[in-house]
Design a protein around this ligand. Structure first.
Ligand SMILES: NC(=O)c1ccc[n+]([C@@H]2O[C@H](COP(=O)([O-])OP(=O)(O)OC[C@H]3O[C@@H](n4cnc5c(N)ncnc54)[C@H](O)[C@@H]3O)[C@@H](O)[C@H]2O)c1
Length: 372
């Protein structure tokens, strides 16, 4: 229901009566947020909720949906994905997003995977795994910002940009080094402010350096940890800060590796493997700290742990040590390496409402490398 149609009787009721009538209403302390009221109500209308009554009073929105369930409407754009909670029966946001029986099956299959209008940051998004996962989020309707230290992203970025009209999302590029805390926070802040929301992060920026431990240059240990661990840490913290600022119950995916759990046969990457183990532990720790950080709700944090993927990083390994390809192919149950596209589904799952009960987990997808 648009603001202009607010019920005049309700606006005259004292706050106490309104609160009793609509116990799940959320107070709005920031008057600027009132601008979002109309769009929240409009959003409910498009999702087949018939609004029977709504009003604002002293900065609060009170509303009720047509089937008698009372709802709380948060007044940030994130409301679309997090608003609706059944006061009496505790129906989850996901259940609310599922199609009603009267809707046709083909139009609304698996709506919990939809990312329409949500905003995501993907570090390491100039190429490789990060860019492929960014493209997947765009296809699901998201507005995605690839953040990377390279001056220009790979050509696939521009191909996706040309096709976004098909999907309703958008893809953008920002040159940022994830080791630069201030620069990163400024970029994240500007992206979130531009949309008044931030819904997710994939922290995929990472490097690898191959060297026997006995010869490992000490300065390379610091460089590796600064990007693979500190960069992931800073990215997660900056995104969490802005998710809290805009009342967004976001989802954060840290890119770890199966190398967090095993040593890749034949590859002397002791520091890389340790950095990925640190990322896995970071995922658990942040999940614990942020389990009720957004007005009592969670920012979920999980770690995606891929096996060997054919990306520029691994192609370099094979250039330097060609025998590794056959060795690694023979070391997993599926007898081959993976392509970046084989992680699209996992990223969509982990960043969407489909994984709403998942936090503090590590999802290993490695063709069975670590299974035997
Ligand atoms: N390729 C694999 O087999 C594999 C397996 C498991 C995990 N991973 C992980 O997946 C992630 C992506 O790897 P990839 O294989 O696509 O590698 P890639 O080298 O193709 O991509 C990594 C991207 O991170 C960017 N980057 C590096 N340092 C950065 C910094 N300081 N600031 C901003 N951006 C930076 C690079 O510029 C690059 O675009 C990495 O974290 C990697 O460790 C890769």
């Amino acid at each position: 229901m648009p603001l202009t149609m607010l019920q005049p009787t309700l606006t005259r009721l004292p706050t106490r009566s309104l609160a009793a009538a609509f116990p799940t209403a959320i107070r709005v302390r920031n008057p600027n947020r009132l601008a979002w009221l109309s769009s929240c109500m409009a959003s409910m209308a498009t999702r087949n909720f018939t609004t029977t009554a709504s009003t604002t009073f002293r900065g609060s929105l009170y509303g009720e949906v047509g089937d008698g369930r009372r709802v709380a409407t948060a007044l940030s754009p994130c409301a679309k994905s997090q608003v609706i909670e059944d006061n009496a029966r505790g129906i989850s946001a996901i259940a609310q997003r599922l199609p009603s029986k009267s809707e046709t099956k083909t139009q609304h299959r698996f709506r919990e995977f939809e990312l329409d209008d949500r905003v995501f940051i993907v570090t390491g998004g100039a190429r490789g795994l990060g860019l492929t996962l960014a493209e997947a989020l765009v296809e699901a309707g998201g507005h995605v910002y690839c953040v990377d230290r390279l001056a220009e992203p790979a050509k696939e970025f521009y191909e996706t940009k040309d096709r976004v009209g098909q999907f309703g999302g958008s893809i953008h590029y920002r040159q940022v080094d994830v080791q630069d805390a201030a620069g990163l926070d400024e970029a994240v802040g500007a992206i979130a402010a531009g949309h008044q929301r931030l819904d997710g992060l994939i922290a995929a920026a990472g490097v690898q350096f191959v060297s026997p431990a006995l010869d490992y240059p000490p300065e390379k240990i610091t460089e590796m940890m600064n990007i693979n661990f500190k960069g992931v840490y800073l990215s997660a913290v900056s995104c969490c800060r802005h998710m809290v600022k805009y009342d967004c119950v976001g989802s954060i995916v840290l890119v770890g590796s199966m190398s967090a759990f095993i040593a890749n046969k034949g590859l002397r990457t002791s520091v890389y493997n340790s950095s990925k183990a640190a990322v896995v532990q970071l995922g658990r720790s942040l999940a614990m700290e942020w389990s009720n950080v957004v007005n009592g709700k969670a920012i979920r944090v999980n770690v995606l742990c891929p096996g060997n993927i054919m990306t520029p990083m691994v192609r370099k390994n094979f250039e330097d040590e060609p025998h590794l390809k056959a060795l690694w192919e023979s070391e997993n149950l599926l007898g081959r390496l993976s392509q970046p596209e084989e992680y699209r589904g996992a990223a969509l799952f982990m960043l969407s409402d489909a994984s709403s009960f998942m936090t503090g987990s590590s999802l290993v997808i490695d063709g069975g490398y670590t299974a035997w």
